[in-house]
Structures are given as structure tokens and as C-alpha cells.
Design a protein around this ligand. Structure first.
Ligand code: F6P
Length: 329
């Protein structure tokens, strides 16, 4: 494969879906690793939408200077409905042909890599994915770019909430992002010393609120904090309303952290992960890989087939669940 790759080999790079801290570090790494290997880099703005609309320009090394520490994505991002249709993907392919783009590097989450997978199935274009999502819900990788920063952001917020919760002796339900996955909720609960986490992966069938109350809001504790994974029906508001009705003796408040969880300068961990994965994307192309996501397992860069990466059944480890239950007594 290396023989095909050289000055005429051009990669397109885009960010797609929800932004995540560390995406810029990944853009920088992909760009510089590609140029170091004599490839050209075409930056595509606004995700697949920008590819369809030909929002493309060449990137040189200086275009990615001074961005490793910046949150968000300098390429902008979008969730493209049009790319999810065969007609949209056809338009995107035509733009790639017009621009002479030979391979696509997509930085994004589940939906974005599903799009890349479809595209690669329909057209003879090597697609490489980088897991860029705060949710950590992609399989085959221990972590995703943005997850560590967001965990830290949530932890800092909950530390602050704890001060006021203690002062007023209140129960707080703190809602965090994660889409359908509880990694952010469960692990931020451990990091912040929360009393419980309510997560979508709970398969016990038990009422998670009853479980929390049943374990006792100990008298010796001045406050309780329950981290709740976002959910259209059973978010933090739902549980707070229930406590108000069913246990009126408790003083309850809700804090929905929202999009502040996605912003901010990436942690050292995310910058290093994004840098290694960005290098990994270019190495994958040199190795003749196509239709794989770059993952990290046991501190080694690995290639994960898209079909496995987007399966949406990444398990939360049992010891992580046990840790919160045991340590929050
Ligand atoms: O996938 C990342 C994520 O932040 C999810 O945790 C959340 O459910 C969703 O994106 C929010 O998307 P939007 O920014 O479009 O509201």
C-alpha cells in the first residue's frame, strides 16, 4: 500500500457530530503526520455537510498551530441528515473526486462513524475513524477523545455543588450527558464521591431511586449527590419530582450540567490520546487499512473494524459499579 501513497495521495479530514475536547489535537496530529508522510491534507468544514457542499481547503502544518489546547473543533461540526441518504453520499463522493481526495479521516462519535461505514461500503474510498466523543460509547477502545476532559469537568462541577449541598443539607440530582451510555455518570460519581449514579445500563430491573433511598441517606452525611444519566423520560427532574412527592422530608434540588460538559481545554490525557490516535490514522492508511476506527487498548493503538466500533453495547465494568456502591456508604 505504501507504494500508492506519496505526494499525490490526498486525505480529507472532518469532524462530525457533537464536538469533544481534544478534536483539535486530533486534527493537528492527523495533519502533521500526513504531511510528514508526504501526503496532502484537505480540511473539510462542517462535517459531512461541508463535504457535500464542497467546503474544503488545503491545510499546511501552520494551519494547525496553536490549537492543541483549544476545546471545540476548528473545522466546525454538524450532524448531516443528507449524508445519511444515498443521494447525499453520492454528492459527497463527487466532491471527493473533484478535489482528488483519496481517503477520508472522520473524527466523531457513533453516528459519524456509522456514516463513514456506509460511505466506505458504497464507494472505493478508505475511511479511517477517530473516536471523538465525550460519551465513551464506542466499542473496541478503552477511551474516546474528549471523555477524560468531560469527566474532569463534571467532577469539578460536582465538587462545587457539594459545598452548597452540604451547607443546606440537601439531596442534589445532577444530570450529565452520555446519550445512551452511563460511563460519564458512573465514573464521575466515583471521582466526585457521589452517593449514587442512575445509569441506563442498570439491568437489575430494580427501581434505582428506591435502591438509593433504601441504602439509606445516612444521618451522618450532610448531603447526598446522585448523578443521573440524561434520559428523555427519567432524567434528574423526574427523580427530583418523585422524591418531593414520595419523601417530602428531604430538601431536593436539580442541576442539569448541559453543554458546559463539552467545552473547555482538553486534559493532558485527551491531548496525548488524540495525538497518538491521529498518528495512528495515518499509519493505518500506510498499512493499507480501510474502514477501521483507531482505538486504544491496554495502552496500544489498535484498528477496530467500524462494524464492531459502532455496536453500542460497550459494557460498564462490574468493578466500577461495585466501587461506587461500596465506597459511597
Ligand atoms: O454525543 C455527544 C453528546 O454531547 C451527548 O452526550 C448528548 O446527548 C448530545 O451530544 C447532545 O447533542 P446536541 O449538542 O446536539 O444537543
Amino acid at each position: 500500500m505504501k507504494k500508492d501513497i506519496g505526494k499525490t495521495f490526498t486525505i480529507g479530514i472532518l469532524t462530525s457530530g457533537g464536538d469533544a475536547p481534544g478534536m483539535n489535537a486530533a486534527i493537528r496530529a492527523v495533519t502533521r503526520a500526513a504531511i510528514a508522510n508526504d501526503m496532502r491534507v484537505m480540511a473539510i468544514y462542517r462535517g459531512y455537510e461541508g463535504l457535500i457542499n464542497d467546503e474544503v481547503r488545503e491545510f499546511k502544518t501552520e494551519d494547525v498551530s496553536g490549537i492543541i489546547q483549544r476545546g471545540g473543533t476548528i473545522l466546525k461540526t454538524a450532524r448531516s441528515k443528507e449524508f445519511m441518504t444515498p443521494e447525499g453520499r453520492k454528492k459527497a463522493f463527487k466532491v471527493m473526486q473533484k478535489r482528488g481526495i483519496n481517503a477520508l479521516v472522520v473524527i466523531g462519535g457513533n453516528g459519524s462513524l456509522t456514516g463513514a461505514r456506509l460511505f466506505a461500503q458504497e464507494y472505493d474510498i478508505p475511511c479511517i475513524g477517530l473516536p471523538g466523543t465525550i460519551d465513551n460509547d464506542l466499542s473496541g477502545t478503552d477511551s474516546t477523545i474528549g471523555y477524560d476532559t468531560t469527566l474532569n469537568t463534571i467532577m469539578e462541577c460536582v465538587d462545587k455543588i457539594r459545598d452548597t449541598a452540604n451547607s443546606h443539607e440537601r439531596i442534589f440530582f445532577v444530570e450529565v450527558m452520555g446519550r445512551d451510555a452511563g460511563f460519564l455518570a458512573q465514573n464521575s460519581a466515583i471521582a466526585a464521591g457521589a452517593e449514587a449514579a442512575i445509569i441506563p445500563e442498570d439491568s437489575t430491573g430494580a427501581d434505582q431511586l428506591e435502591h438509593f433511598i433504601g441504602r439509606g441517606i445516612r444521618k451522618s452525611k450532610s448531603s447526598s449527590i446522585v448523578i443521573v444519566s440524561e434520559s428523555p423520560k427519567c432524567g434528574a427532574m423526574y427523580y427530583a419530582e418523585r422524591v418531593k412527592k414520595e419523601y417530602p422530608e428531604y430538601d431536593v434540588r436539580v442541576s442539569i450540567l448541559g453543554h458546559l460538559q463539552r467545552g473547555g481545554s482538553p486534559s493532558a490525557g485527551d491531548r496525548i490520546l488524540a495525538s497518538r490516535m491521529g498518528m495512528g490514522a495515518i499509519q493505518a492508511l500506510l498499512d493499507g487499512q480501510r474502514n477501521v476506527m483507531i482505538g486504544i487498548r491496554d495502552d496500544e493503538i489498535v484498528y477496530v473494524p467500524f462494524s464492531m466500533a459502532v455496536k453500542s453495547d460497550k459494557p460498564l465494568k462490574k468493578d466500577v459499579i461495585d466501587a461506587l456502591n461500596t465506597l459511597s456508604i
